[in-house]
Design a protein. Sequence first.
Length: 171
Amino acid sequence: MASSSPREWQKDSYTLTTSPTAITPEVLNSFFATPEMYWAHALPASATQSLISNSLNFTLLPPTFSSSPSPASQEPIGYARLITDYTTFAYLTDVYMSPIHQGKGLGKWMIRCISEVLDEMPHLRRSMLVTGDLDVSVPFYEKVMGMHCIGEKMEGETKHDRGLAVMTRVG
């Protein structure tokens, strides 16, 4: 899988690609700087490039009206990545969807595509993620990916400090 060609999926003229060239450090850092990615912060460009190079990236691109679209010329609207050895383990992190594109089913579709990739790893022992959104994300990942909680830690009282859930899926 690590040396395979990038994959693409289409939905309503949106494209999801695993091409590492579809996301730039600048765009990813702009996602990290949003309130929606409250757990992240912008990194030096070289560190962000390393993060991209060492992950299985899923970049969601909007419909394009160009006669010769190229992923690099389209501004991504969604992103997620797997930190994986491509054989036995995968960790889902940095899931982002632009607020103006939320509510269209694109996030659910993106996660289903990621789940499809995980299903194609015949020796996968476990996939995992950590979320700080116990009310929305936990039920979402349970339903869409078949994840289940293996631990929760309650913290403060603010929206983004209410705790963490560690979720996993075997195989």
